[in-house]
Design a protein around this ligand. Structure first.
Ligand code: ADP
Length: 276
């Protein structure tokens, strides 16, 4: 049985349809990437899966139960989100942030108990943030902050982790470290991951399957080698690219092509300088 199933989802913010007839399933332990140009509906789709936005059409099933029958708090026990770090300012210590992940599990009095501290501790161990626990979140580097946000999500003990462009502000080393950590958790904990990213090559390296969105529709879905094809990328992103194989991994690799003429030109430009 799939852990998440979307059936003919339609969503509008009271204007045009932003998601149209979106259907797909994600298997337990799968790493699913969501790609698509700006405005194609990626963030809206994540918010619909997370229960923040309620679709006007269609149905979402989590572990075989319709989300219409689940309370928001129940959903938060299954689904955690790792957001873009730069959007937040945190006047809290690392431990306080990680403990916030326990919120959906706290009892009536909302106080953390011994179990909550133990789980938060484990989450910091798994993300190599234990040594930072008493530091202020604001005093950390972007890469460290992002590891803390993974720890917070893990403290939630979710079955599904949603990533909303989590590496947008990280340099390439920290992007790779981030995805290595998520992939390790995905494998060792059978954690299901659904992640939006702008980086097609990172998605190609790490995702089991990819959904390519275009204008709120699923343009294509499948393994990276099925979806990251030259024709698909050109059509959806409306830009010139070549797609070949990464020589080490065999995964599809996208190379951008500038239309500005280099010396001698490129494959779709003779090299003549444009007339201004
Ligand atoms: P993406 O994440 O792929 O860039 P979004 O899901 O953010 O796409 O946006 C999809 C479409 O929905 C865009 O046309 C955007 O302008 C619109 N949109 C997003 N958020 C809102 C909102 N809060 N109110 C109205 N329209 C919105």
């Amino acid at each position: 049985m799939s852990i998440i199933k979307l059936e003919r989802i339609g969503f509008t913010y009271n204007g045009g349809w932003v998601l149209k007839n979106v259907s797909f399933e994600v298997a337990r332990g799968e790493f699913m990437g969501i790609l698509g140009p700006n405005g194609s509906g990626k963030t809206t789709l994540l918010n619909v899966i997370d229960g923040i936005l309620i679709p006007q059409e269609g149905e979402i099933w989590v572990n075989g139960t319709s989300c219409r029958k689940l309370k928001r708090g129940d959903l938060a026990k299954s689904i955690a989100v790792v957001p873009q770090e730069s959007l937040m300012i945190f006047p809290f210590t690392v431990q306080e942030i990680v403990l916030m992940g326990r919120a959906p599990h706290l009892g009536t009095w909302r106080f953390e108990g011994e179990t909550d501290f133990r789980i938060a501790h484990q989450a910091m161990e798994m993300t190599d943030t234990l040594s930072l626990m008493n530091r202020s979140m604001n005093a950390l580097s972007a890469g460290e902050r992002q590891r803390v946000l993974i720890a917070r999500a893990l403290a939630q003990q979710p079955q599904i982790m949603l990533l909303d462009e989590p590496t947008a502000f990280l340099d390439i080393r920290h992007q790779v470290e981030f995805f290595d950590l998520i992939k390790a958790l995905n494998k060792s904990q059978a954690l299901t991951v659904i992640g939006v990213t702008h980086d097609i090559n990172l998605a190609s390296l790490y995702c089991d399957r990819i959904i390519l969105l275009r204008n709120g529709n699923v343009h294509s879905i499948g393994r990276p080698e099925e979806v990251i094809a030259e024709a698909n990328i050109k059509e959806v992103y409306e830009t010139e690219v070549t797609v070949d194989r990464n020589p080490l991994t065999g995964q599809p690799r996208v190379t951008l092509l500038s239309s500005y003429p280099s010396e001698g030109g490129n494959r779709f430009n003779s090299g003549a300088a444009p007339q201004l």
